[in-house]
Design a binder for this molecule. Structure first.
Ligand code: AMP
Length: 538
């Protein structure tokens, strides 16, 4: 017997047409670099993205060619998210926070044929333009004349037809490529297909995942150059949500203002953004009315429990903790309390919400130690392996990393986790960040989480420092809140009921800031380098 269902390809064109047809009046709001607000709609967007597809064809972009973007979050950037894949091109978002050297490497590795760039990011382009060779550079101008030799985006699409003759796309064709901003080694390319992006959007939108719908107003604080803003543009097009783009203004005050003025229901970003927002709300709790906000999605690195509690208890705001990776499109797990868990004591509810959570539909997880798969008992640690239809099976043009993919079809995440009987994943560390002291493992994440619960501590990152007797010992790097004071002894006393003696940091180093990666995560390699000659007491 054969199934009687159509062979209907899962392509982004379907999401695109849905947004244009059913949600034409729904707004797309962008904050420009000068802070003024630009408004358009999914209807207008639908026409402009097709003009872009036509223009790219005219420029000679062929099926499978990579088209790069170097831009902040705005609706013209969104046009490339659909205009490029629609004509068979591959969207390649570049992270302007990377070094010129990395950007040149990535553009050359991907062989980008065209680059679209924000006028305000032209200084970044200047840093590496001599090392790369796209055929065309197109500028998203905010009013100023475009430099000689480059094309103006508006002029490029102006004369084009607002309808694009559809290309028959196979769902397995590439639609996008992102490079992981790893802290070691060269960036690695992950190539997404139309199918993987559609399935990711479906899975991400579900009520127990991000819970998005046409009534949502979504503010992606997460940049469009971080794993396609966690796929939110695709998910929002599919469900027809209003989208609010913050442009280059990602500081707490600007984000809070947008949340209030645009009546945002769901905002998403990395913990460092939310730590700053919590700080601002704590200082001026009455300044903003953010009662429209139903959830703030936090991912990219661990959301400290104290932050989740602070938002909920002091401001009535719900944090939704999610975990993912570039290799996973990126959403892997989401931490929502299951039915029945609402009755648990407050402290237990927050403990669970600070975990990475349960795998979203279509993602499967297992934890593996040297002895094999570990039981789901909430205690046994192993490396997290994942598989599913929106998870990479290899890196683009990079055979050196083939060992990340197991023979039996799983991707090795490099995150060390426990999984409990309810299926809640808890990350104890990146495997390279775990601290091994006297043969025992110490979780830097647990120490950081606890330290960030101290009222004087704004940020904390714990790293291993070499020790002659114990091999490695934890050292805590701490940034205090403005005007707050705390001594080593106070912090030690605060931690001591929570940790075994061997797990306690040997030293506390007070800093003004903690160095960050281009994705806003704590850059532990830099901290380890900074502390490599640090003398610990023996
Ligand atoms: P990237 O591919 O740059 O997004 O980095 C993925 C890595 O970020 C994961 O393997 C984790 O180590 C870390 N990460 C992402 N989300 C979380 C989270 N919610 N909690 C802890 N670590 C996270």
């Amino acid at each position: 017997m054969e199934s009687q269902m159509m062979d209907f390809p899962l392509t982004l064109s379907h999401l695109f047409d849905r947004a244009g047809r059913y949600f034409a009046k729904t707004e797309l709001v962008s904050r420009r670099p000068d802070k003024s607000i630009h408004r358009t709609t999914w209807g207008d967007f639908h026409v402009r993205a097709q003009k872009l597809a036509n223009a790219l064809q005219r420029l000679g972009v062929k099926r499978g060619d990579r088209v790069a973007t170097l831009g902040w979050n705005h609706s013209r950037h969104l046009e490339t998210y659909f205009g490029i894949p629609l004509m068979g091109g591959v969207l390649h978002t570049l992270n302007p926070r990377l070094s010129g050297q990395d950007l040149a490497y990535i553009m050359n590795h991907a062989e980008d044929a065209v680059l679209l760039v924000d006028d305000v990011l032209l200084p970044v382009w200047e840093r590496f333009k001599h090392e790369v060779h796209p055929k065309h550079v197109v500028v998203w101008s905010n009013g100023a004349a475009v430099p000689a030799g480059m094309l103006d985006y508006e002029q490029l699409i102006e004369g084009e037809l607002g309808s694009f003759t559809p290309v028959t796309l196979d769902e397995k064709e590439p639609a996008g490529i992102c490079y992981t901003s790893g802290t070691t080694g060269r960036p690695k390319g992950v190539v997404y297909s139309h199918r993987s992006m559609v399935l990711h959007a479906m899975s991400a939108a579900l009520p127990d995942s991000l819970g998005l719908s046409q009534t949502s107003v979504v503010l992606p604080v997460v940049p469009m150059f971080h794993v396609n803003a966690w796929g939110l543009p695709f998910t929002c097009a599919m469900v027809g949500a209003k989208v609010v783009f913050p442009g280059p203004h990602l500081d707490a005050l600007s984000v809070l203002q947008l949340m209030e003025e645009e009546k945002v229901t769901c905002a998403a970003g990395v913990p460092t953004v939310w730590i700053a927002i919590l700080d601002a709300l704590d200082k001026e709790p009455k300044r903003w009315n953010v009662s429209s906000v139903k959830q703030m999605v936090v991912g990219g690195s661990a959301a400290p429990q104290a932050m989740i509690e602070g938002f909920q208890k002091r401001h009535g705001l719900a944090v939704l903790h999610a975990w993912g990776m570039t290799e996973m499109s990126p959403i892997g797990t989401v931490s929502r309390l299951k039915a029945g868990m609402q009755g648990l004591p407050d402290s237990e509810q927050f403990r669970r919400r600070a975990m990475q959570g349960v795998a979203v539909p279509l993602v499967e997880v297992r934890a593996v130690s040297e002895a094999g798969e570990v039981p789901w008992d909430g205690k046994s640690m192993g490396e997290l392996h994942v598989r599913g239809p929106f998870i990479a099976k290899s890196y683009f043009g990079n055979a050196a990393e083939a060992d990340k993919f197991t023979m039996d079809g799983w991707f090795r995440t490099g995150d060390v986790v426990t999984i409990d009987s309810e299926g809640f994943v808890r990350i104890t560390d990146r495997s390279k960040d775990l601290i091994k002291s006297g043969g025992e493992w110490i979780s830097s994440v647990d120490l950081e989480n606890a330290l960030m619960g101290h009222p004087a501590v704004k940020e904390a990152a714990v790293v291993a420092v070499a020790h002659p007797k114990w091999d490695e010992r934890p050292v805590a790097c701490v940034v205090l809140r403005d005007g707050a004071k705390a001594t080593d002894e106070e912090l030690r006393e605060y931690l001591s009921p929570l940790f075994a003696k061997f797990q306690m940091p040997d030293a506390f180093v007070f800093m003004q800031t903690i160095p960050r990666t281009a994705a806003g995560k704590f850059l532990k390699t830099a901290l380890r380098e900074q502390l490599k000659d640090f003398k610990l007491q023996t």
